[in-house]
Design a protein around this ligand. Structure first.
Ligand SMILES: [Zn+2]
Length: 281
């Protein structure tokens, strides 16, 4: 039997995919997604379903990963007893739900996800601006080897691990492919935004790859620019603004051309910084 937490996580992901599709998609899957959200909520035990519906009225994130003994969404440090109960519920696959004493979201132990391991910047360093807050030259892959979606995701996830931003590329890959199988992130203008939510421990991270010949991303889309994002759950809403900003920048043919012309990490990074100067603050 599927555990209640897994059921809730699936529902959470679908609610956020529906938000993504509203913000950045073409609207063609709204009905199907809304129907799936309803079907999944209807399958919950009635008290849980009603509780989740109440939480959803305040915020679309109703289930919070516990990370380092704290609620990863509001940051509240949890009492030791509660940390143990949340862990036990996970180990025993029990249906006991625990909620954050501060933000009331349902807590779960996120033991199977990849984690952010990037370097936190010291206070003495100047604050980074624009796209440099989420990415770096080491996360650029000009002329990707991949010809297909999954290989592109593997290449970008490995770049994130090699540049020491995440601890486990293989977990990122399987989560990103699972996400694509619900709804492709391939878009018009040769863009794709594969991503993984629930990568806790730090900030949002973007790895970017280009392919002049194009990567077969889904039956309708060939991608020339692939943006792969690892997203902490707490910034899911910000992530939507970032993707909107990026697709706005890359909607301009001259920006796409300058990214695709880059043959090394340095020039790709410079082209990205220039292209996103106004769209990513
Ligand atoms: Zn909380």
């Amino acid at each position: 039997m599927q555990s209640l937490i897994n059921h809730l996580l699936q529902l959470q992901e679908l609610v956020l995919i529906l938000d993504e599709h509203r913000a950045t998609g073409d609207g063609s899957h709204l009905e199907r997604l809304a129907h799936d959200v309803e079907a999944l909520s209807d399958g919950l035990p009635v008290p849980t379903r009603d509780f989740v519906r109440r939480l959803l009225k305040n915020d679309h994130i109703f289930i919070a990963p516990m990370y380092n003994g704290a609620c990863a969404i509001c940051g509240m440090r949890l009492p030791i007893g509660m940390i143990q109960s949340v862990r036990q519920a996970h180990d025993l696959q029990s249906d006991d739900l625990h909620t954050c004493p501060s933000c009331a979201r349902i807590l779960y132990e996120a033991s199977e996800s990849a984690h952010w391991t990037g370097v936190t910047h010291s206070r003495t360093e100047p604050r980074k601006m624009g796209i440099a807050r989420f990415s770096s030259q080491t996360l650029m892959i000009p002329n990707m080897k991949a010809a297909k979606r999954d290989d592109a995701i593997i290449e970008l996830a490995n770049a994130m691990q090699d540049a020491k931003f995440v601890d486990d590329a293989s977990k990122l890959v399987s989560a990103a492919i699972e996400r694509e199988n619900i709804l492709s992130t391939g878009m018009e203008n040769g863009l794709a935004f594969p991503h993984v939510r629930g990568v806790e421990g730090g900030g949002l991270t973007l790895a970017l790859g280009t392919s002049r010949k194009g990567i077969a991303f889904d039956p309708e889309h060939k991608a020339n620019i692939v943006c792969f994002l690892a997203i902490p759950t707490a910034v899911s809403a910000f992530y939507l603004r970032l993707v909107a900003g990026l697709s706005d920048s890359f909607g301009k043919a001259q920006n796409r051309a300058s990214l695709l012309a880059a043959n090394d990490q340095d020039s790709l990074w410079k082209a990205l910084v220039k292209a996103t100067r106004y769209s990513v603050k």
